[in-house]
Design a binder for this molecule. Structure first.
Ligand code: F3S
Length: 391
């Protein structure tokens, strides 16, 4: 790789130990993937924040970097293993909380915004079309690439953090236009009415086409929440970290020769396959990815005047909670007995064994609920999730 003077200085240790370590990680990645140079990044999203995933070895790595490491660009964090302020209410142990707080302190020491969310683009970390960024978290990566038109590979925790500390990333993969072109044209012959349908579409695409990049035709309209749902489901179920929808997403792509069709039957089957039999729902989860303000309005309207009879979490970024409080949504949600879960999510909180069967609006939530915690899962519309929680 060709290095600038500054990049060479970082590698030699002139800018401190954290910058040296970071540059070593990035240069190794660049060599492996055949990058010719580094490009500057404008924003970073760091995944690997939950102590449940990091363990003591991860915490030590972060504390070592935090000794002299400072981020050079705007950097936010993925969900942590607990609500950082309200962890007792969500049943988190004191031992876990102490470790999780140390993790957050190490990130804060490096100058990272400690807003822990998988939807940083809803709370101010919203890159513009064409910008190179270094994001972790598959749903956020896919949303940034496909819906915002920014350019990022799917970074792991250490490489995203290294990009934040150096302000650079090796130019390979989805940073290059030629690797962002669609290779399969997908005719969507199915009705897409709500967020859950878009999640089911991501499931079908991932299973049927794998990680090839698709150009979708036949989708007349899609809200940002629906695109958020598709962006989450697609990579979870094996799909690519970028997609194109004719007339909706901002990137240009060549039209591929390979052609497939998605039918209504395939979409219906996908929803059936994401519904496990055999257990009564004992946990209802909304906010995977973390809720937008529109979703919070819908949830609060549906819960208004009702009482939940099962554990129900509504997950969101903390700044989103503040906004929803100003609009009176949080008060209605809390009056129903549903719990607000900021900073965290069911996939990274230590929930194994606490619940048996989870209802959610999220196809990605189904994937991680099964895979990480062994829950039985049920994919439902928001209306049905609220019915399930209140019946
Ligand atoms: Fe976000 Fe967790 Fe879902 S990180 S996308 S709420 S699995």
């Amino acid at each position: 790789m060709q290095l600038t003077n500054e990049e060479q200085e970082m590698l030699s240790g002139k800018h401190g130990n954290a910058a040296k370590k970071s540059m070593e990680i990035l240069a190794a990645l660049g060599e492996i993937f055949g990058a010719k140079r580094f490009v500057p990044v404008t924003s970073v999203q760091v995944s690997g924040v939950s102590y449940d995933n990091l363990g003591d070895a991860g915490l030590e790595f972060l504390e070592e970097l935090a000794k002299d490491g400072k981020v050079r660009v705007y950097t936010t964090l993925n969900p942590a293993g607990m609500d950082l302020e309200n962890w007792q209410a969500l049943g988190i142990s004191k031992e876990f909380a102490e470790k999780q707080i140390k993790v957050i302190q190490a990130f804060a020491k490096m100058g990272i915004q400690t807003t822990c969310t998988c939807t940083p683009y809803l709370i101010g970390n919203r890159p513009k079309k064409g910008e190179n960024i270094a994001w972790g978290e598959s749903s956020a990566v896919t949303f940034a690439n496909s819906v915002l038109g920014a350019k990022t590979n799917r970074e792991g925790g250490p490489s995203a953090l290294a990009a934040a500390i150096t302000g650079k990333t090796p130019e390979y993969g989805l940073h290059l236009e030629e690797n962002r072109q669609a290779s399969v044209l997908v005719e969507v012959n199915a009705e897409l009415n709500d967020d859950t349908d878009f999640g089911a579409l991501g499931y079908v695409l991932g299973k049927k086409i794998g990680n090839k990049i698709t150009l979708l035709k036949g989708i007349k309209k899609a809200t940002e929440d629906q695109l958020k749902s598709l962006s989450a489901a697609l990579p979870s179920w094996g799909g690519a970290s970028v997609f194109h929808i004719e007339g909706i997403t901002p990137n240009k792509t060549t039209t591929p020769n390979e052609k497939v069709t998605i039918t209504q039957e395939e979409l219906n089957n996908a929803k059936k396959e994401m519904n496990d039999d055999g257990e009564e729902v004992d946990f209802v989860l909304i906010g995977c990815p973390h809720c937008s303000i529109d979703e919070l309005k819908r949830v609060s309207d549906l819960l208004n005047g009702k009482k939940v009879k099962k554990e129900m979490w509504i997950a969101m970024a903390r700044p989103m909670k503040k906004l929803a409080e100003e609009k009176g949504y949080i008060q209605k949600i809390e009056a129903s007995g549903a719990k607000i879960a900021c900073d965290t999510c069911h996939a990274v909180a230590p929930l194994k064994g606490r619940f048996k069967c989870v209802a959610t609006t999220s196809a990605k939530g189904v994937f991680y609920g099964r895979g990480k915690n062994g829950f039985k899962m049920k994919l439902m519309t928001l209306e049905n999730c609220v019915k399930e929680a209140t019946k």
